[in-house]
Write a protein that binds this ligand. Structure first.
Ligand code: HEM
Length: 550
């Protein structure tokens, strides 16, 4: 066994030598593309890109180097960072089959979450989307809305009990928002309670495992680049043996967390499958998916492994992202008390107009000021700041406007070799001044409102008529094309229900003597300013207000 381990270490060293030769000796097609200086011979610009302090770097680089520039990855590997609208259209829509998820992303997700959407490529991915897309339709969101309201009510009741006064009290809102985002994905996603508002997590510790997974995986961001090498050299059984031999406590912890989550998922899946088989009319995503799968033609049906893989996929794709968005909007509303009051007036009035009842999906989705705030928050502060893709063939990437090479020649299409990494600059595209205007860096919900007070939903275009290919009014927040966020309507409903319920009951102010900053991780998270490596937290002053008090 030890012999096999030594051989693998030797192979890994050879792999690094090959990467080094590829990066520094073999000329790449990106050699004459300008970009920031590499910060390290080993990790290029990756350390800053993936670092907690990385947000300003992502926002400023395309202002300095333009909408397509070069960065360096491991061992001098040259990659293209893109915010050009035409190029992004080619990457996520027109030539999406060439610009696929990176092998690291796919293998990592498959090993962690099983064979769900985040671990699928090509035809397998298309087949999964075909059956999953209708499960996230507006009709399905209408059915799920009561679950969102009921859980948000529980959040507000619990929060009210901890405040217990009409005075402002400092509350770290982060754990509260974490609870609600996890409970909503659990109950609405697959009929499972993590026990955040009481009751047991069915003794599974699923919640603790989910949180630990996030922490451990964030600490392995750079070493994860070597995952494709390991998955290429042996079977899952062989890799398991290697993992057991590796003297890394973090990797062992990750293995144990993944095993525990997988065991819980099997239990949840078997429960839903039995209930659906017994004819129970459950509305959670997995139960609806199981029914759709039964009704589908045999060629379109997903396997048990693929169906089960969607559970952990939903948890990881759908909880920290919405947690980030909810944290952000509370921070912004505390920074802008006038906007907070105006929004509260809108949601309180809407409930009054509805005889005090919870609003239907279509009513809450159509509240203009709430919608404008949702859009503007998700534009300016996209929870996911960037994504990577890898070319699966040689291809030329057209640009909407030429860039200048290092020798000053115009380039209107960038040739890319097979296996080149391309970075989609989500946050930077969402702040492109050509697209959003000179005030692109400002939070202005009004930019989404027409003169008659209705919301502008069409995609924003630049002066040349170019637009980003994002599914959400041209923003890149949820991406576009066939790998766009499938939970995009789900997340907006969740955002709107939670924010409106919180505002009806509470008022939020900034904390005294503390400044909130934001760090980059897999998704962005609030911290106390200066504590980039500290735990995520959102301390706000919170005051209970009477239900009818505006
Ligand atoms: C504000 C909240 C959210 C944001 C900003 C967000 C953003 C994104 C982005 C950028 C992607 C593309 C990832 C990639 O291509 O590598 C994605 C994919 C995905 N999202 Fe979301 N998401 C959010 C909420 C949700 C929710 C609530 C769910 C589930 C209910 C969800 C489920 C998924 C799934 C399953 C995928 C993979 C889609 C595929 O590969 O076909 N997301 N999301």
């Amino acid at each position: 066994m030890l012999h096999a381990f030594t051989l693998v270490v030797e192979a890994a060293v050879l792999y690094c030598v090959w990467l080094f030769i590829r990066g520094y000796v073999i000329p790449s097609t990106l050699r004459n593309i300008p970009g920031p200086k590499r910060a390290s011979l080993l990790t290029g610009n990756l350390s800053i890109m993936f670092s907690p302090q990385g947000i300003p770097w992502h926002l400023s680089m395309s202002r300095v180097f333009g909408k397509a520039f070069k960065i360096n990855g491991w061992f001098g590997d040259e990659q293209l960072y893109v915010t050009d609208p035409l190029a992004l259209h080619h990457i996520v829509i027109k030539d999406q089959h060439i610009y696929e998820e990176t092998s690291m992303f796919i293998h990592g997700n498959r090993m962690s979450f099983g064979h769900g959407l985040l671990g699928a490529l090509g035809d397998t991915h298309r087949k999964q989307r075909k059956i999953l897309n209708p499960v996230f339709s507006n009709a399905q969101m209408r059915n799920l809305a009561p679950i969102f309201y009921s859980l948000s009510q529980q959040l507000c009741d619990r929060l009210e009990r901890t405040i217990d006064t009409l005075e402002f009290t400092e509350v770290n809102m982060r754990p509260w928002l974490s609870k609600i985002s996890l409970e909503i994905i659990g109950e609405a996603g697959f009929g499972y309670s993590f026990g955040s508002f009481g009751g047991a997590d069915r003794g599974n510790n699923y919640r603790a495992h989910v949180k630990d997974y996030g922490r451990v995986i964030a600490s392995l961001a750079l070493p994860r680049f070597f995952l494709p090498f390991f998955t290429a050299i042996g079977s899952p059984g062989f890799l398991r043996m290697l993992l057991n031999l590796t003297p890394s406590r973090r990797l062992h912890k990750l293995r144990d967390i993944v095993d525990a989550m997988d065991k819980t998922c099997v239990g949840i899946y078997e429960d839903r499958k039995k209930e659906v088989g017994d004819g129970e009319d459950r509305q959670d995503i997995i139960s609806v998916l199981l029914r759709a799968n039964q009704a589908a033609e045999a060629k379109d049906r997903l396997s048990d492994e693929e169906l089960r893989g969607q559970i952990n996929t939903l948890v990881f794709a759908g909880s920290d992202t919405t947690l980030s968005a909810l944290s952000r909007v509370l921070h912004l509303l505390a920074l802008h008390p006038d906007v907070q009051s105006k929004l509260r007036a809108e949601v309180v009035q809407a409930r009054r107009d509805n005889a005090g009842d919870d609003l239907d999906y279509d009513v809450i989705a159509g509240l203009p000021y709430l919608d404008a705030i949702t859009r503007e928050t998700l534009r300016l502060h996209s929870p996911v700041t960037f994504l990577s893709r890898t070319t699966r063939a040689d291809i030329s990437l057209p640009l909407s406007k030429p860039i200048l090479s290092t020798s000053g020649h115009p380039i209107s299409a960038v040739p890319l070799k097979n296996n080149t990494n391309v970075i989609i600059g989500i946050a930077a595209a969402n702040r492109d001044k050509d697209m959003w205007g000179e005030d692109a860096d400002e939070w202005k919900p009004e930019r989404w409102l027409n003169e008659d007070g209705s919301v502008r939903v069409t995609a924003t275009k630049d002066a040349d008529g170019e637009r980003f290919p994002g599914v959400y009014s041209g923003m890149m927040t949820f991406l576009g094309g066939s790998r766009a966020c499938i939970g995009f309507k789900f997340s907006q409903l969740e955002f709107k229900v939670v924010v409106s319920m919180l505002l009806e009951r509470f008022e939020f102010q900034l904390p005294v003597g503390k400044e909130i900053g934001w760090r980059n991780s897999v998704v962005t998270a609030p911290i106390l300013k200066g504590e980039f490596d500290g735990a995520a937290q959102l301390p706000l002053m919170v005051r209970f207000i009477k239900r009818d008090g505006i």
